[in-house]
Design a binder for this molecule. Structure first.
Ligand SMILES: C[S@@+](CC[C@H](N)C(=O)[O-])C[C@H]1O[C@@H](n2cnc3c(N)ncnc32)[C@H](O)[C@@H]1O
Length: 311
């Protein structure tokens, strides 16, 4: 796939209907030979649309007008290039906890939560956020995570988490303003509610920063899992991570996690983990499969906006 193809695919499959600004910009980049040539000086994995658009926003560039975006990107290319080489797409979305909560709350408590691909670790605090499932409120304070549940009643308690740790190739630090600014830049321009949610969730995490270990989800998982305290249910958790992991490592990870004691909770795109015979998703929007110990339970919108339990 050429770089132009990647930008057209991003515009039509991911940004269309979600971010008009990014849809416009991605189409414009795909038609711009000079920008494409600059992008092609980067390693293939670093030519991603989300990375370019996030970096330009992070550096204060305009993303509402394609001509202004182009002029700024070309004029500041050395800085854009350097940031694209050092930063990665590692969006951290606390909203996902709302869709995971029915599963986490139903496991034997207390929990020892180990998240692989944790980014800044915001999904390690499902016990500290507040939730709104229709009229049903759970917990207090900010952020309040909204989720529409169908096919299952709302959870009545939050999980009790007695140990939490994350593993990531490149952990981000919620107490570092530059890392939080990068997470903010990864949120698409029109999603102001997600920006407010990020700030609130980052404040919760910064008040008691989680332990985040730099490492790989295959090579370094056993050692971290071995540190979970006895007497708590070990839960290995991951959301929107495995699409970034090569298929051979994905298979090794699945074998590893199945051999660990405790439970495995995953929320990943349907094409990254092999699930036989899934029902059709509830509508045409992108959904992840929420699964417990490899058994699919529900379709979940990627940011936790809704979860639709299988009948
Ligand atoms: C899109 S982010 C999702 C972050 C978080 N799970 C969430 O849902 O908000 C994916 C994260 O997975 C991490 N990652 C990718 N491959 C990994 C690997 N082999 N081992 C550990 N972490 C990995 C990336 O660094 C990134 O922080």
């Amino acid at each position: 796939m050429t770089t132009a193809d990647r930008y057209v695919e991003f515009a039509t499959r991911e940004a269309h209907g979600v971010s008009p600004a990014y849809e416009r910009l991605a189409h414009a980049v795909a038609r711009d030979d000079e920008l494409l040539a600059l992008l092609d000086t980067l390693p293939p994995a670093k030519r991603q649309p989300q990375l370019l658009l996030g970096v330009v926003r992070w550096l204060g560039g305009p993303v509402d007008d394609p001509a202004a975006f182009r002029a700024h990107t070309v004029a500041h290319w050395p800085a854009v290039r350097a940031a694209m080489l050092t930063r990665a797409v590692q969006t951290n979305e606390a909203g996902r906890c709302a869709a995971l909560l029915p599963v986490l709350a139903a496991l034997p408590q207390p929990l020892a939560l180990l998240e692989v691909g944790a980014s800044a670790g915001l999904c390690l605090f499902p016990d500290r956020y507040a939730y709104r499932y229709g009229d049903h409120l759970l917990g207090a304070g900010e952020p309040v995570l909204d989720c529409t549940l169908t096919g299952i009643g709302p959870p009545t308690t939050r999980p009790e988490v007695v140990w939490r740790a994350g593993l990531d190739l490149n952990p981000l630090d919620v107490t570092d303003p530059a890392d939080v600014a990068w997470l903010d830049a990864l949120i698409w321009p029109e999603h102001t509610h997600r920006r407010a949610r990020l700030r609130a969730a980052a404040a919760v995490a910064a008040a008691d920063p989680p332990e985040l270990v730099r490492g790989d989800l295959v090579d370094d998982l056993p050692a971290l899992a071995a540190r979970a305290p006895a007497g708590a249910t070990l839960v290995v958790l991951h959301t929107s991570v495995l699409y970034q992991v090569p298929p051979a490592s994905r298979a090794a990870f699945v074998a590893l996690v199945r051999a660990l004691p405790g439970h495995w909770v995953s929320a990943e795109a349907a094409d990254v983990l092999a699930h036989p015979a899934l029902p059709s998703p509830p509508d045409g929007s992108l959904h992840n499969v929420l699964a417990l110990d490899g058994t699919p339970l529900a379709w979940m919108r990627s940011h936790g906006q809704s979860a639709h339990w299988f009948g």
